[in-house]
Write a protein that binds this ligand. Structure first.
Ligand code: ADP
Ligand code: MG
Length: 342
């Protein structure tokens, strides 16, 4: 075949594939948008593991009616504007392609009412076709409804696992965000039933009890906070499990760098190294770890899903994290159990 420029809708579907792999990827992008919008309450409703419906409602800053078409356009974002901005990303989103990608592979309805505005407006998109903006009724904030994900992309549907698997991917992800943002009230329903609701009281300890149960939460010890006198020094906080409490998978190791949920072999390795003499092989600790670093010390623009991250000073992060975990586990191992608040 000769070389040909792809039709825009074909190119859009290919690009969407990098962002939207499964329902959980849609959930992730939507709640990240709600968090970036400054929401203190986020509600997520799922039907059929998100394949039939994903709805994320927030009380964030909202989108003005005239900007709704841009919200669905590719490479349109309110979060970065210059190349320099990319060097110090403080928001979770920055690529301006999540909503466009989702709209390329699903039916999307976006309803929004900016804070203080009298009216709300809506726009919809069906597998890439975008409607005109029309009046709507809704409280302040934004409601994004995504229906029939991948119904027009049979190749992708084929690769999805059972509905139950998709539900558990979505719930795992939502648990992670609830742990990362204890100050946000998350309400999550699946098939119309409430799965969890966090109080939004700002206490990680409260969310830990809710997610992992009081027995496990009692086995978690806090990482001692470090002063940020040296701006290049990572500030590490969170909870790790006592060696008596472990899991057979690494699923309970959660890392947030500058409040972004990340997958990082480096961070996993640092934590596991701290437990090396304390846990038998095949046993893995639980951890919820927040790392704050200067944004110039990391690169989050590694992959469209933004869950991979590169550290400028890998060895330093590794060593500091290992030491912090080791210190917490050894020092606290003898201390009395931490009691969750009633
Ligand atoms: P990005 O998050 O990378 O900017 P998105 O495609 O996810 O790209 O969103 C495009 C734009 O739409 C955002 O920059 C933001 O201005 C707006 N937006 C999306 N979701 C929300 C929301 N829940 N509340 C307020 N604004 C939103
Ligand atoms: Mg986004």
């Amino acid at each position: 075949m000769p070389i040909r420029q792809l039709a825009p809708e074909v190119a859009a579907k290919i690009a969407a594939g990098e962002v939207v792999e499964r329902p959980a990827s849609v959930v992730k992008e939507l709640i990240e948008n709600s968090i970036d919008a400054g929401a203190s309450q986020i509600r997520v409703d799922l039907i059929r593991g998100g394949l039939q419906l994903i709805r994320v409602s927030d009380n964030g800053c909202g989108i003005p009616a005239e900007e709704l078409p841009l919200a669905l356009a590719r490479h349109a974002t309110s979060k970065v504007s210059t190349v320099e901005d990319l060097e110090s990303i403080r928001s979770l989103g920055f690529r301006g392609e999540a909503l466009a990608s989702i709209a390329a592979v699903a039916e999307v309805v976006l309803i929004s009412r900016p804070r203080g505005a009298l009216h709300s407006a809506q726009i919809s998109a069906c597998n890439g076709q975008i409607s005109a903006v029309s009046p709507a009724a809704s409280p302040e904030g934004t409601i994004v409804t995504v229906r029939n994900l991948f119904s027009a992309v049979p190749a992708r549907l084929k690769f999805l696992k059972s509905r139950q698997t998709e539900v558990s991917h979505c719930l795992h992800l939502l648990q992670q965000y609830a742990l990362a943002y204890p100050e946000i009230r998350f309400t999550v329903t699946s098939e119309g039933r409430e799965v969890f609701a966090t109080p939004g009281d700002g206490q990680l300890a409260t969310v830990l009890v809710q997610m992992y149960g009081p027995a496990v939460a009692r086995q978690m010890v806090p990482l001692s906070g470090q002063s940020a006198d040296d701006p290049e020094r990572p500030v590490i906080s969170g909870y790790v499990s006592r060696p008596a409490c472990y899991k057979s998978t690494r699923q309970y190791l959660s890392f947030f760098v500058n409040r972004r949920w990340v997958h990082s072999r480096l961070l996993i390795a640092a934590v596991e190294e701290a437990y090396r003499t304390l846990l038998l092989s095949g046993r893995h600790p639980l951890a919820v770890i927040n790392i704050q670093v200067d944004p110039s010390q990391i690169d989050v623009n590694v992959h469209p899903a933004k869950t991979e991250i590169r550290f400028l000073r890998e060895r330093r992060i590794y060593a500091e994290l290992m030491r912090a975990v080791r210190r917490a586990v050894l020092e606290e191992a003898e201390a009395p159990s931490w009691q969750p608040a009633q």
